[in-house]
Design a binder for this molecule. Structure first.
Ligand SMILES: Cc1cc2nc3c(=O)[nH]c(=O)nc-3n(C[C@H](O)[C@H](O)[C@H](O)COP(=O)(O)O)c2cc1C
Length: 179
């Protein structure tokens, strides 16, 4: 899919068909899109847990109100270990968060190419997610991504169309020449 089309087609899908399971190959492709994401010092500190299955999804629904009836949910955690990098703890955390942001952007766009939808979700009970899904102390669960096919109500919400004017976010800085 052409890139401009891809980024314009993505929106946060919040109404999914709970009965239509996501094919394993598609979830694998989404995980592969995270694998190729750039990261600070190439540390690749994202850790994914792909949750599927009726019982497991039920557990997930107890951890967040933002599950949107998804039949699959990816938990994205940050590995706290920066010992192989020149970063101190602060930069390690700062760049780690940025890395996670890039990873979820890759996965959200890959989902669109596969005919799926997702929402990047930060609202969940971290303690419960840790306990229910065996996230070790060496990792911090940062975001989750419910993934699925849209149901008949699946559509962009009003926020999707609300974007700041380009002048508000972007300025040209070029005082030395005319080009
Ligand atoms: C880091 C991050 C956390 C988010 N957390 C939530 C969330 O907890 N619940 C939710 O419904 N949407 C969440 N969103 C989705 C945003 O609300 C959404 O991207 C924004 O309103 C723009 O809409 P769009 O994605 O449809 O273009 C989150 C997005 C990001 C990037």
């Amino acid at each position: 899919m052409e890139f401009e089309k891809l980024i314009s087609e993505r929106y946060s899908l919040r109404s999914m068909d709970a009965t239509r399971y996501v094919e394993r190959e598609k979830l694998e492709k989404i995980a592969m899109s995270a694998r190729v994401a750039p990261s600070a010092c190439n540390l690749q500190r994202h850790r994914l847990k792909i949750v599927t299955g009726d019982a497991e999804i039920k557990k997930m629904q107890g951890c967040t109100t933002c599950h949107f009836n998804a039949p699959a949910v990816i938990i994205i955690s940050l590995d706290k270990d920066t010992k192989d990098s020149p970063m101190d703890e602060n930069s390690g955390m700062k760049f780690g968060l940025i890395d996670i942001g890039i990873v979820v952007a890759h996965m959200a766009l890959e989902a669109v190419t596969l005919g799926l939808g997702t929402t990047i979700v930060g609202m969940f009970d971290e303690k419960k997610i840790r306990e229910e899904f065996d996230i070790p102390d060496t990792q911090i669960p940062m975001l989750i991504m419910p993934i699925g096919y849209p149901d008949e109500k699946g559509a962009p919400c009003i926020l999707h169309k609300s974007r700041l004017p380009i002048e508000k976010t972007t300025e040209w800085y070029n005082i030395s020449s005319k080009n």
